[in-house]
Design a binder for this molecule. Structure first.
Ligand SMILES: *Cc1c(COP(=O)(O)O)cnc(C)c1O
Length: 418
């Protein structure tokens, strides 16, 4: 498309956007003048759907009305409550219903699944992660190595681009897997890197791993609700994600986990709790654990209903729109932003996110000279963005509630600062 850097053109794009009405379904935070902010941090904390209050109120009312009997008599009985979200969650990540579950929080789920799927044997005992990985993931894999009495220097491989650039090509990742194949037990990548916004080719990475008997696990914190994922078809072994970023379930919201159907009768190690045991016999309170078939076996505790209600509210919006349309709009929003930034002086500003849409989601990471100053001025002008030391501003125009006008206004502010 031929883009133009005018406000009229941005408004025209909005008028042609079939998802434009969805913005009205969200609370947009206001700035100090009472104007709507340009909210570009849906990659950090997604906005609140207006209907979420009703979903949570329903459970508050049923708790007031029924007390413990709400487990059976609430409008949505709490006993099987997590099952309400299963199918919708499966649709968001491209999975079968018995491959996904909402439970715990992200890093907890990462540990639970690594306990089961990181099984070092003989020479095959290394883990590979990407460069610039989110610290919690680094701590998690390092502590898993320590848990198996493996030293970190020898057993953690960090996949870095040879030329020192921030992003690493899929070819290079595949080559690294191949050249370390005899010693790798697990490759654990983020689907979308939180820092660069790079989206990895999860299908090819998984294929390469499986050629060499390596487990492929993914952290989808920045991918769930952002990328049109097909976890089942790609044959991914396991995946985990949080739901407070693109999935708009609220601060600290309940996380998700995926275990491929082929592992549904997993008999290896697992940390177990009563919510993972068969539903028919759970309340016989027997001392022996009988695993539910599929990913639900990894559940430990009865789940937080208010958090599930908030997730359910948000997933109803996703169910209505579908990931395809979101991904299409995401392409247009990011193409527009890259076009606009491209008209600015390149000695001041550079994007490190891949230009190719197949290799990014809706986040654009911008390296800037005097970055912190620019960032502060953006914030003063009603742009809510995110700052990463030493010099990166991350912005995420989210297709559900951001507009082309948001993108244009952002560009106009940054142009004036530079
Ligand atoms: C946001 C994020 C986390 C946060 O972990 P929590 O357990 O939800 O606090 C971890 N890893 C990645 C890659 C993230 O983007």
């Amino acid at each position: 498309m031929e883009y133009q850097n005018t406000i009229e053109f941005a408004k025209q794009l909005d008028s042609q956007d079939e998802l434009r009405e969805y913005r009205n379904k969200f609370h947009i935070p206001l700035d100090k003048n009472g104007e709507e902010t340009i909210y570009f941090t849906g990659n950090s904390l997604g906005l609140q759907p207006k209907q979420t209050k009703d979903y949570i109120n329903q459970e508050l009312e049923d708790w007031a009305k029924y007390g413990v009997e709400g487990h059976f008599h609430a409008k949505n009985p709490w006993m099987p409550y997590h099952e309400i979200v299963t199918k919708k969650l499966a649709n968001v990540v491209g999975a079968l219903p018995n491959e996904v579950v909402a439970m715990n929080s992200l890093t907890v789920n990462l540990h639970l699944l690594m306990v089961s799927f990181f099984q070092p044997k003989g020479k095959k005992c290394k883990i590979m992660i990407a460069n610039n990985e989110f610290p919690s993931d680094i701590y998690a894999v390092k502590s898993q190595l320590k848990y198996h009495n493996l030293n970190i220097e020898d057993n953690l491989i960090i996949a870095k681009a040879k030329d020192g650039s921030d992003v690493i090509s899929t070819e290079e990742v595949l080559e690294l897997i191949n050249s370390n194949a005899d010693e790798l037990a697990l490759v654990m990548f983020a689907g979308v890197n939180y820092y660069t916004g790079q989206y990895f080719d999860m299908k090819r990475i998984t294929e390469e791993c499986h050629k060499h008997g390596i487990v492929a696990g993914f952290d989808l914190a920045h991918a769930a609700g952002n990328i049109d994922l097909q976890l089942h078809d790609w044959n991914v072994d396991f995946a985990v994600w949080c739901s407070y970023k693109y999935l708009n379930s609220g601060p600290g919201g309940i996380a998700g986990a995926f275990v491929h159907e082929k592992h549904k009768n997993h008999s290896g190690p697992r940390f177990e709790g009563w919510w993972g045991t068969k539903k028919e016999t759970r309340f016989l309170m027997k001392p022996d654990f009988e695993a539910i078939e599929g990913v639900e076996a990894w559940q430990l505790s009865n789940p937080p209903i208010f958090q599930l209600a908030a997730l359910n509210s948000s997933l109803d919006v996703f169910e209505e729109v579908g990931m395809k349309k979101l991904r299409d709009k995401s392409e247009k929003l990011t193409e527009y932003i890259l076009y606009l930034l491209g008209t600015l002086d390149k000695s001041n500003i550079n994007t490190i996110t891949p230009n190719n849409f197949e290799e990014r989601g809706c986040q654009i990471s911008i390296k800037v000279k005097k970055g912190k100053e620019i960032f502060n001025t953006l914030m003063e002008n009603g742009v809510i963005a995110d700052w990463r030391e030493p010099d990166v501003i991350r912005i995420a125009p989210v297709p559900l509630y951001n507009s082309f006008l948001d993108v244009y206004k952002f560009y106009n502010i940054i142009k004036n600062i530079i």
